[in-house]
Design a binder for this molecule. Structure first.
Ligand code: ADP
Ligand code: ADP
Ligand code: ZN
Length: 217
């Protein structure tokens, strides 16, 4: 299956994508996670990406599109992939369409995780991310077994530098301006499926499984 997962910052895209990856063995490609890894490793990409991410702005398309295309060309994406956080504007969506046509590929479904704004901020404040493997936790809604340590790899859990209230507000604004139009874009293609993301993790995942079970491989 070739899937996208879209939603506002904090909607639960990464969490659900990780559950989909574990259950269906579909490679989970998160542009945010790729950037955070580059920032951790202090690479050239990381330095550039950090200057945008810390303000809550989008990393320029010239950088982001090439990075995703390079990742999609790897062997593990031949039959399935799940893109999380890409595309985030119309230019990226059109670039992805061109890439898919060129490689004779087709998206099966775009999962839209829908959550009201007042819930998002509560999730963002308590979000903690593993500095080693990128797994996401929440101090209130999905706490790790040991304080500040990842259940999966014992890596240290960090609060993202862009999960501050001011930066979050800008990210919501950036979403409305750039990303929200993609809902209609994919609705018009007949592949958009919206899910109520304001439910416990497992119930959201249950709804996603219902949708994916109806898709053909
Ligand atoms: P969230 O969905 O919680 O906002 P992500 O991890 O998807 O977080 O993204 C974090 C940040 O990385 C974004 O605010 C943006 O600065 C950058 N980013 C991620 N994906 C893209 C993209 N497709 N295009 C441009 N910037 C991106
Ligand atoms: P996104 O990738 O869309 O920004 P995340 O998957 O990182 O969102 O989730 C944001 C925060 O909310 C994390 O701390 C995560 O543990 C928590 N979270 C995710 N889904 C739910 C849910 N259904 N109910 C409560 N908290 C959730
Ligand atoms: Zn970890």
């Amino acid at each position: 299956m070739k899937l996208l997962i879209v939603g506002k910052p904090g909607a639960g895209k990464g969490t659900q994508a990780s559950m989909i990856d574990s259950y269906y063995h579909i490679p989970h490609i998160s542009t945010g996670a790729i950037f955070r890894e580059a920032i951790n490793d202090k690479t050239e990409l990381g330095v550039i990406a950090k200057s945008y991410i810390d303000k809550g702005n989008l990393v320029p398309d010239e950088i982001t599109i090439g990075l995703v295309e390079e990742r999609l060309l790897k062997d593990d994406c031949k039959h399935s992939f799940l893109l999380d956080g890409f595309p985030r504007n119309e230019a990226q969506a059109e670039a992805l369409d061109e890439f898919l046509v060129k490689h004779n590929l087709k998206l099966d479904c775009v999962l839209n995780v829908d959550v009201p704004d007042d819930i998002l901020i509560k999730r963002i404040v308590g979000r903690r991310v593993c500095s080693n493997c990128g797994e996401t936790y929440n101090l209130t809604f999905n706490p790790p077994k040991r304080a500040d340590l990842c259940d999966k790899c014992s890596g240290k859990l960090l609060h993202r530098s862009d999960d501050k209230e001011d930066t979050f507000k800008n990210r919501l604004f950036v979403y409305e301006e750039n990303t929200a139009p993609l809902i209609e874009y994919y609705q018009n293609k007949g592949i958009l499926k919206s899910i109520n993301g304001d439910q416990p993790l497992d119930e959201v995942f249950g709804d996603i499984k219902d949708i994916l079970s109806k898709l053909e491989d």
